[in-house]
Ligand binder design. Structure first.
Ligand SMILES: N[C@@H](CCC(=O)N[C@@H](CS)C(=O)NCC(=O)O)C(=O)O
Length: 266
């Protein structure tokens, strides 16, 4: 089984947490969207949305995060390990609710403009270069290019950012109320609903917004401390984003983009 993912990608983190929690072995393939690796024809040819994660088991390829997690559950049940069961309706409802919040505009609006504009310009150049190399994929590359320009436009619209923030606040308020009653999001047991929520909280922390969104909600704050102690969290997220490593990962990616841009090597 192959997983195409990146440690920065929030949906990739959800799938990797599920794989770790269920104890499923897989081959890990890093595809960094910030350096435009998702636009390489070898990856883009099988996934013309260029989005991560992608899960492949033989000829079976899945692109949707929730579908991948449900497939992982089926594998775990067929292997019959310790914690192997299907998600209840309540768990699936929470999974869908969390997946409805798109972190894209919220994240980009908190990245300093200087970095955001350079990366966006770099990615557009990468798309143009890949389009010239693989003309048979030109129409799909063209869609990605259009998407990149639209993202920039939408980031200039305060309404878009306001809606994204309001959506996150509604979600967190609902989570806060639920965690007053139960230890985990969908009851007294850890579930795939928690797997979906942990990367959202980790993203908030990565953007230095913990005080505003987490510390101000005591039940989430307590839950977050516990979640960070799980081995799956440490392996999938903590390892990349704790202490100095957080800067190492970011600086490495930024240097790659700057260097390639200076050399005009896309
Ligand atoms: N297929 C995914 C989409 C996941 C997604 O939006 N991935 C982001 C990273 S978390 C991505 O790959 N963005 C790169 C791009 O759009 O080019 C789903 O479950 O909805």
């Amino acid at each position: 089984m192959q997983l195409y993912h990146h440690p920065y990608s929030l949906d990739s983190q959800k799938v990797r947490l599920a794989l770790e929690e269920k104890g499923i072995d897989y081959t890990s393939n890093h595809v960094n969207p910030i350096t435009g690796k998702n636009m390489d024809a070898s990856f883009f040819g099988i996934n013309q949305s260029a989005k991560l994660p992608v899960f492949q088991n033989g000829s079976h390829i899945i692109f949707d995060t929730i579908e991948i997690i449900q497939y992982i559950e089926r594998i775990a049940v067929s292997l019959g390990g310790g914690d192997s069961s299907f998600s209840s309706r309540e768990v699936v409802e929470w999974m869908c609710k969390i997946q409805e919040w798109n972190p894209k505009y919220f994240t980009l609006s908190h990245v300093p403009e200087k970095y955001r504009i350079s990366v966006s310009k770099f990615i557009r150049q990468v798309i143009i270069a890949r389009m010239a190399e693989s003309p048979e994929l030109a129409s799909s590359y063209h869609c990605k290019l259009k998407d990149a320009y639209e993202t920039e436009d939408r980031l200039g619209n305060p309404e878009v950012l306001k809606r994204s923030e309001e959506h996150l606040v509604r979600l967190l308020d609902e989570v806060e109320t639920k965690l007053k009653e139960t230890a985990f999001l969908a009851g007294e047991e850890f579930s795939m609903a928690d797997v979906m929520l942990i990367p959202v909280l980790a993203r908030i922390v990565l953007l230095n917004l913990e005080d505003e969104y987490i510390s101000s909600r005591p039940n989430i704050a307590e839950y977050w401390v516990l979640m960070q102690q799980r081995p799956s969290y440490k392996k999938v997220i903590g390892k990349y984003f704790n202490g100095w490593r957080r800067y190492k990962t970011l600086v490495k990616t930024w240097c790659f983009v700057r260097f390639r841009s200076l050399l005009r090597r896309y």
